[in-house]
Design a protein around this ligand. Structure first.
Ligand code: 3SK
Length: 518
């Protein structure tokens, strides 16, 4: 059930395993080291005591700038257990943005992998309250923090026991920042009970993990999707997590699958595409996997079929958001439709509404709203943005357009505000993109609106062909005719740009901001 006691600390997601007799069971495996549940809890307690020794008070922020290694989970749960609030930060963050995160959050302590020390330079640290940088997985390198210490020595002086802070279930537990493709990122605040809620809702209904499972999420822990996959869900079930640090390359992913034999695999469409086509894919033994999941972007039939041909597994697609913490629409292993984000996940209410806020019927397009008890209550310091997204009654306005069929499956139709007028006619770029993606010659593509020098709008496609086109004019015409034939005659890309690979963001999504610069 969803009931969480009034006094509740989110570190119980990890620590409850001790009372359940799992002390000697492996919680973490992978090239960065293994930890039993007892070892990880002891390490987390040292972290919590260490943070307290730096003078942190309940609710104070600790910025985590970490790759996926055991130190991440230990520092995270140590901070939460002691009543401090970790921020999960993308390790691709450059110093100017890091300065914004430090200043916006008021974080006084940061934890970073040795390889990221230099990111804490003068630009990052100026006009912030940062007092100490703790460095894991190596020695302290160049930095501009007031003081820094290597965790290896520093932690050993602190006790390996720590009573949990008596936090309220609705007290702040941790934050993530929105990726901020437009405007500055927003601090998304999550509460002590949110992890438990998303676990009961999504993991118990869709993943159905047991202590024998080993989860492997290529999306990293600093991403809300990866956080649930690698931390909340496996620890709630007493399962193990495989952590793979470093830039995820197909060869290291294949090697990790063969060596550590994960049972549940989490990816994104772009990752599945590159794995399916990578050297070594056919030689890899995927037989340990019982399930493969995808989120964040629409999964095409090509990607689904390619992965199924390679591994025998049908990818289970879902959709979530950092604001909701994890997935609220999902297919099920036993109930799925290709191209659908899926069915409502129990525990979340989802509604499709028109612009006036009225519910629309099946097969009609509406904007998706979602409500559940893991929804963020606010964006930090941004009452303007909070009011736009977090509406009356706790509903979140997603700004995504969907259609629901009579079986309850939801199909993404684009953003609420991306309708554009081209040659005097209204077009949704996503409709054209989904159509073009089905063309047999296309590997991946993106379609977007761009402004012409005379301020008129045009529709551009950036495409990656399976085989490089020898005559691009001819290929352009073929692709345009294909789309015109499938959609209405004015719904086609006026310009087609051929490239070898689409630009991607740090989390593997198509980088649409970069496309606009093409
Ligand atoms: O993008 C998604 O679908 C997603 C899924 C789970 C958690 C967070 C996000 C953004």
């Amino acid at each position: 059930g969803f009931a969480v006691p009034e006094t509740y600390n989110a570190s119980r997601v990890l620590f409850d395993n001790l009372a359940k007799g799992r002390s000697d069971k492996l919680a973490l495996i992978g090239p960065a080291g293994t930890r039993t549940y007892a070892e990880l809890c002891a390490e987390a307690c040292r972290w919590g005591n260490g943070f307290a020794s730096l003078g942190l008070q309940r609710g104070d922020r600790v910025l985590l700038f970490l790759d996926d290694t055991p130190a991440y989970t230990a520092a995270f749960f140590g901070a939460v257990r002691a009543g401090f609030v970790p921020l999960l930060i993308n390790t691709l963050t450059p110093p100017d943005l890091l300065q914004f995160y430090l200043a916006d959050s008021g974080a006084t302590v940061a934890v970073a992998d040795a390889e990221f020390c230099a990111r804490f330079n003068t630009e990052a640290c100026k006009d912030t309250e940062l007092r100490a940088l703790i460095v894991v997985n190596g020695d302290v390198g160049d930095h501009a923090a007031p003081k820094a210490m290597a965790a290896a020595n520093w932690l050993s002086q602190f006790p390996a026991e720590l009573a949990e802070a008596p936090t309220h279930r609705d007290e702040m537990a941790f934050w993530m920042y929105s990726s901020g493709s437009t405007g500055r990122p927003k601090g998304i605040v999550h509460l002590q009970h949110d992890m438990a809620y998303s676990e009961v809702a999504f993991a118990q209904n869709v993943l159905k993990l047991t202590p024998d499972d080993i989860c492997f999420s290529v999306p990293k822990i600093f991403f809300a999707y990866g956080f649930g996959n690698s931390v909340t869900f496996p620890f709630s079930a007493g399962a193990a997590t495989l952590l793979l640090p470093g830039q995820p390359k197909p060869a290291s992913i294949f090697a990790a699958i063969e060596q550590y034999k994960p049972t549940v695999f989490f990816g994104l469409p772009t990752l599945y595409t590159s794995l399916t086509r990578a050297e070594g894919a056919q030689q890899t033994n995927f037989s340990s996997l019982r399930m493969a999941l995808s989120a964040a972007e629409v999964l095409s039939a090509d990607v689904f079929n390619g992965w199924k041909a390679l591994t025998g597994l049908e990818i289970v697609e879902g959709l979530g958001s950092t604001e909701v913490l994890h997935i609220y629409l999902s297919n099920r292993p036993e109930q799925k439709k290709l191209g659908a984000a899926g069915l409502r996940v129990p525990g979340y209410e989802v509604a499709l509404r028109d612009k006036e806020g009225r519910d629309v019927g099946d097969h009609e397009e509406g904007i998706l709203w979602v409500r559940g008890d893991s929804n963020t209550p606010l964006y930090w310091n941004r009452s303007d943005k909070s009011a736009e997204t977090i509406r009356e009654g706790g509903w979140i306005y997603t700004g995504d357009r969907f259609v629901r069929d009579s079986d309850g499956f939801h199909f993404f139709r684009g953003r609420a505000d991306d309708l554009i007028k081209i040659s005097g006619q209204w077009v949704y770029p996503l409709e054209v993109e989904l159509c073009l993606a089905d063309h047999p010659e296309i590997r991946e593509c993106a379609v977007f609106a761009a402004e012409l020098p005379d301020r008129r709008m045009t529709l551009k496609a950036v495409v990656v062909m399976n085989n490089r086109a020898t005559d691009q004019n001819d290929a352009t015409r073929r692709l345009q005719d294909y789309v015109k034939g499938k959609l209405l005659p004015y719904k086609y890309p006026r310009e087609v740009i051929f490239i070898d690979e689409l630009p991607k963001t740090g989390t593997g999504k198509i980088d649409r901001q970069a496309l606009l610069r093409m």
